[in-house]
Design a protein around this ligand. Structure first.
Ligand SMILES: [Zn+2]
Length: 469
């Protein structure tokens, strides 16, 4: 058996692992590289030169995030026609996320062409990584694999998807196969969520006895803050904004974070820590993701069901308004006081959130609530770093609104959470690999596995590395 690491090796994006045995070849995830100048080149190279796409028998997807799924359309463009197994909720989310990703690729190509023409340069349009039509072709390859119902994508191979508690439909994978006649068990963590967090179930425990393990390490070098502190910060921001009579603007990732914020705010109202609220959700993707979440009631935890029941019994306490069209969104720009708006993108560099920031950033009575990670180079990061002036749509916008950074919300388990999950293995897996982390975080986490679990130190694979087992 041979394992090839074609992404998320020494970094957090581009997840893609190739498993080859004498009998078959399959991929676990097919993610896009994101951030940084070299991402586009890496996205093109990852599939063109890494391996023969047509020789792949099947693909397994851990979850819908683009850094795990975003190169599927490219895989199909390059000739892959086999099945792609994913949970039903992941399939629903991909209908929205892959089309959106393709739309962004198309827009970027057009923008680059316009940009070149403005600078008097000639040349034709650089084609998008993939188009909306190509993404739609890839969506046709998806096959549902519900949690805990093993699928058999090839002879002598069985795959179980288990709830990873990271985003709706996310899974860790349990693969059993025969390699040269010997049974082998491979476990892929995908991205693992935090326990005891709103909306989703906790990650399912793993059973002992694996030959191969790939474990993510996004936050393998740190601990998240206690959730109660996050709630206190939110309450303080709301109180301050009520006092100053401004608006409260919350940039949030459409999938996961938006639903989590709605839960937390509704729960704070139920516990009378916040006054009754009306919340505008102004992002078509967040609206779609919220509806998909409600279409999978078995995937949300009992606390969420209780809260939804309470909201229905107390219709005056929390009002959710899903903003559908652009006119309605523009009308919100006119509101001067008392509006609570959740909008995307989460890092403020695209989508309707930019309009809300343009209107509200210059006003000292307003507050901006940053609830997620902000990558270097994004508008969100500049706000967190205390910029006094930012550019939005080419205009200089002074920052007078209060920027609140609410910590502690993360879709990823921290070091303790990851180690607790690994304790499901009473005996160390024969071959353990730490992936999906910045190099420093992965190294710290590999050391923690050795020190705290007493395992041999896991290997940190390099991009493109192939290992024979
Ligand atoms: Zn993820």
């Amino acid at each position: 058996m041979r394992i090839g690491f074609f992404g998320a090796a020494g970094e957090v994006t581009g997840s893609c692992t190739l498993v080859e045995t004498g009998e078959c070849r399959f991929l676990v995830d097919c993610g896009m590289f994101q951030g940084g100048r070299e991402a586009r080149t890496k996205n093109l190279n990852a599939l063109k030169f890494g391996f023969d796409v047509r020789a792949i028998d099947f693909v397994l997807l851990t979850h819908a995030h683009i850094d795990h799924s975003g190169l599927l359309p490219l895989l199909s463009v390059l000739g892959y026609r086999g099945p792609v197994y994913a949970t039903p909720a992941t399939i629903d989310l991909l209908q929205v996320l892959l089309r959106d990703s393709a739309h962004i690729q198309e827009k970027e190509s057009e923008w680059q062409l316009r940009h070149r023409r403005r600078r008097g340069q000639s040349g034709s349009m650089q084609p998008p990584l993939y188009t909306v039509a190509q993404a739609e072709a890839a969506l046709k390859l998806l096959r549902p694999a519900p949690y805990r119902e093993p699928v058999r994508p090839a002879e002598k191979i069985s795959v179980s998807f288990h709830d990873a508690g990271h985003i709706l439909g996310s899974a860790w994978l349990d693969v059993t196969l025969a390699d040269a006649g010997k049974p082998r068990r491979l476990v892929f963590s995908g991205d693992l969520g935090m326990r005891d967090r709103p909306v989703l179930h906790d990650p399912e425990k793993v059973a002992d006895g694996a030959d191969v393990l790939l474990i993510e390490s996004t936050y393998g070098d740190r601990l998240h803050r206690p959730f109660s502190e996050t709630e206190d910060e939110l309450v303080a921001a709301f109180e301050r904004t009520r006092h100053t009579r401004g608006n409260l603007i919350i940039p949030a990732f459409a999938v996961g974070r938006t639903q989590e914020i709605i839960y937390i705010l509704a729960d704070l109202v139920r516990r009378e820590r916040l006054a009754p609220l009306k919340i505008y959700i102004d992002s078509p993707m967040a609206t779609a993701a919220t509806h998909i979440t409600l279409q999978h009631p078995a995937l949300v935890d009992s606390h969420t069901h209780e809260l939804i029941d309470w909201m229905q019994q107390h219709p005056g306490k929390i009002k959710l308004e899903f903003v559908a069209d652009v006119d309605q969104s523009r009308a919100l720009n006119e509101v001067r006081s008392g509006a609570v708006i959740i909008s995307a993108s989460g890092m403020c560099d695209a989508g309707r959130i930019k309009y809300h920031l343009r209107e509200n950033l210059p006003r000292s009575e307003c507050s901006i609530l940053i609830t997620g990670f902000q990558a270097a180079g994004t508008l969100g990061r500049r706000l967190v770093d205390g910029a006094r002036l930012v550019r939005i749509f080419g205009k200089a916008i002074p920052v007078r609104a209060r920027i609140h950074t609410v910590g502690g919300l993360s879709a990823h388990a921290d070091r303790t959470g990851l180690l607790d999950w690994l304790r499901g293995f009473r005996t160390p897996p024969k071959h353990a690999y730490v992936v999906h982390g910045e190099a420093a975080a992965s190294a710290v986490f590999a050391q923690a596995i050795q020190d705290e679990l007493g395992w041999p130190r896991p290997h940190l694979p390099q991009l493109g590395e192939r290992i024979d087992l």
